[in-house]
Write a protein that binds this ligand. Structure first.
Ligand SMILES: Nc1ncnc2c1ncn2[C@@H]1O[C@H](COP(=O)(O)OP(=O)(O)OP(=O)(O)O)[C@@H](O)[C@H]1O
Ligand SMILES: [Mg+2]
Length: 244
């Protein structure tokens, strides 16, 4: 399976999205006096980028740096040249973030209201909000649930809702931090297919190594550094051997 980059939007009408390049320059991050990322310099331009590594190796911290949820203690993160430290709002329009636990992302009582939330916040006109919300609910199989309480959805549906809430904002790159970890096999495959079909560029942090088979590039984190960087064929067997 190739995680390609189709040219059209979910409804088949949108023009192709521009690419979003992310550059990390000598990035170090510490929580208090604990340094968890050290001297990471990378340029991310590929459409499908995976991130793997042991628990606590710094993957989530790295992922959160990419859209300014975390700002580096030292060094710089640039998204299309925009500094995440000073231009976070513009950065977040370009780079969306899907959390591992969708409950962390669901803030409104009903499915449709939850998806509309970000657009309302941006002051998008009501008619356009209704159109865009309808479009993503249909695309992610949630249109039958639009007035249902979001917290009563199944785990897989909640993750799809969280993804819909990010995609409705039309970001150019989406960062997923373990989007399938809480899901059963069926929903894991469902979310994998959704990610597969996205026109957006993606960065996927995961322990499900098989999801990365068709990716362009995989980064392996070890103790807050990038220990390996290459194609899945180069990096995944290396990582598996290290874990053995
Ligand atoms: N908010 C925080 N405050 C203090 N320490 C933190 C915080 N978030 C993460 N850490 C620490 O930073 C280190 C890296 O954490 P991070 O969440 O980036 O790892 P990870 O690779 O995503 O791990 P996992 O695979 O378990 O999700 C860990 O030792 C963790 O305990
Ligand atoms: Mg993590």
């Amino acid at each position: 399976m190739r995680w390609g980059r189709p040219g059209a939007g979910a409804a088949g009408t949108a023009p192709p999205l521009p690419r979003t390049d992310v550059e990390l320059r000598e990035v170090t991050h510490a929580y208090g006096d604990r340094t968890v990322l050290t001297g990471v310099s990378l340029t991310l331009t590929e459409s499908r980028i995976g991130v793997i590594g042991a628990n606590g190796s710094g993957k989530s911290t790295f992922a959160r740096l990419l859209n300014g949820l975390v700002v580096p203690t030292a060094g710089t993160v640039l998204v299309d040249g925009l500094d995440t430290r000073t231009q976070a709002r513009e950065v977040r329009r370009r780079v969306g973030f899907v959390f591992q636990d969708p409950d962390a992302q669901i803030v409104h009582p009903t499915v449709a209201e939850d998806v509309a939330f970000g657009l309302t916040n941006q002051g998008v006109p009501a008619g356009e909000i209704a159109r865009r919300v309808d479009e993503v609910l249909v695309a992610y199989g949630l249109d039958g649930h639009r007035d249902h309480p979001a917290h009563l959805l199944s785990g897989g549906q909640k993750q799809l809702l969280a993804i819909a809430g990010v995609l409705v904002m039309a970001p150019q790159r989406v960062v997923f931090d373990e989007p399938t970890t809480l899901l059963d096999l069926r929903n894991t495959r469902r979310v994998a297919r959704v990610v597969d079909g996205l026109e957006q560029d993606v960065v996927v942090v995961t322990h499900h190594l098989e999801l990365l088979a068709g990716f362009d590039r995989v980064l392996v984190f070890e103790d807050g550094r990038v220990a390996a960087d290459g194609t899945p064929a180069e990096t995944v067997p290396w990582y598996v051997a290290r874990c053995g």
